[in-house]
Design a protein around this ligand. Structure first.
Ligand SMILES: Cc1cc2nc3c(=O)[nH]c(=O)nc-3n(C[C@H](O)[C@H](O)[C@H](O)COP(=O)(O)O)c2cc1C
Length: 163
């Protein structure tokens, strides 16, 4: 295949600012230690079987926990959970769950955050390391449905759907 030059990282990041996405908190648990981080790289993959994907930076602690646990939960955030998203993206991982109501998922033990639009428990079916990240394909083991409006991330800021 012909070798074509790639765009530089800044151009790439600029392009991604034009992509509006939902926001999730990806959680997992290993040896009774819970962990979670903010993730926007989430997608539905298939309904039969029920599969989703998440992309986790290989340098993140959450990646390390999922590698050991083989399970994770994805919490789809509601519009009022923007502060939670900021907290779970910051450095102080030890205090992220402080005063955050959550329930251990019945299938995986991974934290399901109360007030989320929806929480999905997953078992890792496949993992694909690509660049700095790993794409995890998760088989969905349970769904806990909430309600409300979604939190949206666009052009580096949190948005609410209006109209
Ligand atoms: C809106 C938003 C979306 C993010 N999406 C991702 C993502 O899809 N994958 C990822 O690995 N990190 C993502 N991050 C960054 C992580 O949340 C951040 O690096 C976190 O501190 C990692 O925590 P950990 O090392 O404790 O696991 C995102 C951050 C923000 C604010």
């Amino acid at each position: 295949m012909q070798s074509l030059p790639l765009v530089d990282p800044d151009s790439f990041k600029g392009a991604m600012r034009a992509w509006a996405s939902g926001v999730t908190i990806l959680t997992s648990v290993v040896d009774e230690q819970i962990h979670g981080m903010t993730v926007s790289a989430f997608s539905s993959v298939s309904a039969v079987p029920p599969l989703v994907l998440v992309c986790a930076n290989q340098a993140s602690t959450t990646h390390e926990v999922i590698e050991s646990a083989g399970v994770f939960a994805v919490n789809l955030l509601a519009h009022h959970q923007d502060a939670l998203s900021t907290r779970f993206a910051m450095g102080d991982a030890a205090h992220r769950f402080e005063d955050v109501p959550w329930t251990p998922g019945e299938r995986t033990g991974a934290p399901l955050l109360d007030g989320s639009l929806c929480s999905l428990e997953c078992r890792v079916r496949n993992r694909h390391p690509e660049g700095t990240h790993t794409i995890y394909i998760g088989e969905v083991l349970s769904v806990r449905q909430g309600d409300g409006e979604p939190l949206v991330y666009f052009d580096g800021a949190y948005r609410k759907i209006s109209g």
